[in-house]
Structure formats: structure tokens, C-alpha cells
Design a protein. Structure first.
Length: 319
């Protein structure tokens, strides 16, 4: 009986490095020059159930960030200022991996929505400047008639409406500057905006027909989006399920929709859009075949995930 050759993670690491180098024709630093790559990530509630930990998720995002930076890409992220949050992780990674000859270049733009940026302190500004991070402060939408110097706690329908509208404006502004977007993990319930953050960002990215890459390794809202793209209707993307997780959410949806004549909260419309998008359209946009996207949806190997993302980005964005 013929012995099967087992492919190890070390083999994959070597293959990824050699393949990307070959494809970039020895000009690695220019592979993604002047391209803005957004990363949509937050902690997945399913991560431990799937046999992983937050350390695994941060390891994956560290490796993705490293490859994007050394190939000249600029990272975009919409986040907050939590001490152990992804904004600070990206800031540290960019400082570590940016090319020594380009220390003056901003490799990371972090978008802050109102009123989150009001919590930003002088020490944060100095840290961002040292690490090559450009904070982008997005003002609240016109028409809210609020005090733009006041921090509004995310409680009560009035304040939650301010947060939802401000987060949506930030995501729209970030999307207008985004050339491609990568999704992984993501909270499913108990969020501050109109929808789970990664769901709203996926709708904006797909509507814009930019390259979008969905990695299902850590579950979360990313996997629910993947299920929709494959024609399914996950219960998590229904108002009934969301309301069962947060008793005040259904009341907020009624309040939100009463104040909006367009762009209302409508999970059925979200699901219909994702169901109709098709894997063919996703593949045409992101430079991977349908089979490769299926691999990206399901792979648990960091090296394979990075290889597929970098292959797609090169096919669509490389100059």
C-alpha cells in the first residue's frame, strides 16, 4: 500500500512564501502599493466551541497584517480604544512590520465614529503617530441635532439611534476609501449599531462589488454571512432571533424604523440580498474561483487562508 504524503503547516508556510514571492516578480514591496485593505474582525462567540481561542484569532490576523504591510498595503479598520482591542493590536503590528525605509508612511488608518473619538486622549495621539497610524474621526450625520462635544452613553433608544447612525456613517465613509475587505469572526448579537458590525460592512462591500474575502474558521457573523451567500437562511439573521438575545432590541428596531423612511432595519432584505449575490459574483469580484472561495470559507490552516487571500488580492489589485 502506497504511503500517503502528509502536508504539514511548515510545508504550507514555505509554499505560501515562495508562491507569493514568485507571483510578485521579486517586487514584493509594491504588490499592494496604494491599495487600502479593510479588515472586518471582532471576537466570535463561537470560537471556543469550534476548538479555538482568541489567541488563535489574533495569530491569524497578525499574519494577515504582516503580509499586507510588507507588500505595501494600507490597513483600514473601524474600531474603538479598548486596551486589548484590535485598534491597538493593528497599531503595534504596523509599527513592527512596516519597511524601515518607509517609516514616514501611514500604513494604518483607523476610523473612529462619534462619540467614540471623544474618548481619545493625547497619549493615544502620540502612540498612533509613533506607530504610523492615521486616526480618521468621522463626524455624526447632519440632522441629528446633538451636542458634538458630548459623549452619549449607548443606552436608551435616543442614544442608541445616535450611535447607530454615527456608526453607519463611519462605515460608509470607510467603504468609500476601501479597495478590498477581509472578514473573520464577528459578534452575532448585542451590538451598538443597527446590525452586527460585520454584517453591515459586508453589505456595503458586496454592494460596491469590491474584492471581499470571507474566512469562516472562527464562526461568528462571518459564517452566517457565508451561509447566506450559499443560499441558506440562518436564524441568527432574523429579527426574532436577535430580539431573543436582547429584549430591548425589538423595541429599538421599531423606534429606529419610525425615524427612518429609507435604510430601515430589515433582516429579510439583508438575507435576500446575500442569497441573490451568488458565489459566481463573489468569485468574479475577488479573483478566486468558486472552489477556492469554498476552501477559504472552510479552511482552518493559517497558511492556506493567507495564500488564498493574497492570491485573490494580487489577481485583482496588483499593479
Amino acid at each position: 500500500m502506497k504511503k500517503e504524503n502528509k502536508v504539514t503547516n511548515k510545508d504550507l508556510d514555505k509554499f505560501v512564501a515562495e508562491e507569493i514571492k514568485e507571483k510578485s516578480n521579486q517586487k514584493e514591496i509594491y504588490l499592494l502599493q496604494d491599495q487600502n485593505i479593510a479588515i472586518s474582525i471582532s471576537d466570535s462567540p463561537e470560537i471556543e466551541y469550534l476548538g479555538f481561542s482568541l489567541a488563535h484569532q489574533k495569530n491569524l490576523i497578525t499574519e494577515i497584517t504582516r503580509f499586507l504591510i510588507i507588500h505595501g498595503g494600507t490597513l483600514l479598520y473601524g474600531g474603538d480604544l479598548r486596551q486589548n482591542g484590535y485598534t491597538r493590536l493593528f497599531s503595534t503590528l504596523v509599527h513592527q512590520y512596516r519597511p524601515s525605509k518607509e517609516v514616514g508612511k501611514m500604513f494604518f488608518k483607523n476610523y473612529f465614529s462619534f462619540p467614540i473619538y471623544l474618548k481619545q486622549e493625547r497619549t493615544d495621539d502620540l502612540e498612533f503617530k509613533k506607530n504610523g497610524v492615521l486616526p480618521v474621526l468621522v463626524k455624526p450625520p447632519i440632522g441629528l441635532e446633538i451636542d458634538e462635544t458630548k459623549f452619549y452613553d449607548p443606552s436608551g433608544n435616543d442614544n442608541l439611534f445616535i450611535w447607530s447612525e454615527s456608526l453607519s456613517k463611519m462605515r460608509q465613509e470607510m467603504q468609500s476609501s476601501t479597495n478590498a475587505r477581509i472578514f473573520t469572526g464577528g459578534s452575532i448579537s448585542n451590538f451598538k449599531g443597527k446590525y452586527p458590525g460585520l454584517l453591515e460592512e459586508s453589505l456595503l462591500a458586496l454592494e460596491s462589488d469590491i474584492p471581499a474575502y470571507f474566512t469562516g474558521i472562527f464562526g461568528g457573523i462571518t459564517m452566517k454571512i457565508i451561509e447566506c451567500l450559499k443560499g441558506k437562511k440562518p436564524q441568527e439573521l432574523t429579527l426574532e432571533w436577535q430580539s431573543s438575545q436582547n429584549k430591548s432590541y425589538e423595541e429599538f428596531v421599531d423606534y429606529y424604523n419610525s425615524k427612518k423612511s429609507t435604510d430601515q432595519i430589515d433582516y429579510e432584505q439583508c438575507t435576500q440580498f446575500l442569497n441573490a449575490f451568488t458565489l459566481e459574483r463573489l468569485s468574479k469580484n475577488n479573483g478566486l474561483t468558486i472552489e477556492e472561495n469554498e476552501r477559504l470559507f472552510n479552511s482552518i490552516h493559517t497558511s492556506e487562508i493567507i495564500f488564498l487571500i493574497m492570491k485573490g488580492l494580487q489577481n485583482k489589485l496588483s499593479k
